[in-house]
Design a protein around this ligand. Sequence first.
Ligand SMILES: [Zn+2]
Length: 181
Amino acid sequence: MVIDEILAYNEQFVKQIRLPIIGHAPRKRMAVITCMDCRLVQMFEQALGLERGDVIELRTAGATISEPEREGGLSDLIRSLAGGIYLLGVREVAVIGHTKCGLARADPNVLIASMQALGVDPQPLIEKAGPKSWIGAFDDVYVNVKEVVNEIRNSPYLPKIPVHGLVIDIETGKLEIVERG
Ligand SMILES: [Zn+2]
């Protein structure tokens, strides 16, 4: 399994690298929200010029808050942001969607078929939330970024601080500003 590969690598890593001890409050006092896409691994921080300790990073599928989670305003993303703001000193937020996101036009039928193929009954999900809204599928990354920015700006649990919306090109790493907070 991949975990064995990781454990073997890690054994060498801790032998060879001695990490500096740094605090957990982000130096740039910023929270960055992006997608879980594997193409963003490493490239994302490099494209933004971010080093270890600079910002807190939050990742969700699609850099979104799904519709069922928006109701009530107590999504995991808002909870994590609250921790960053109230406990770690974050004073600026950037929501960064990306081009060619898997959740843009994600097909709920594929999701259902895949659940069934892996032995999970999709029926409770179909009855409760609807697979498309539950997984957080959207049609347009720019619209999604604006919606997430508004969810954060209008959250009754968060203070008024700048919240920006951006889209990163998954192939070149180029950032485009959609909304400036
Ligand atoms: Zn994505």
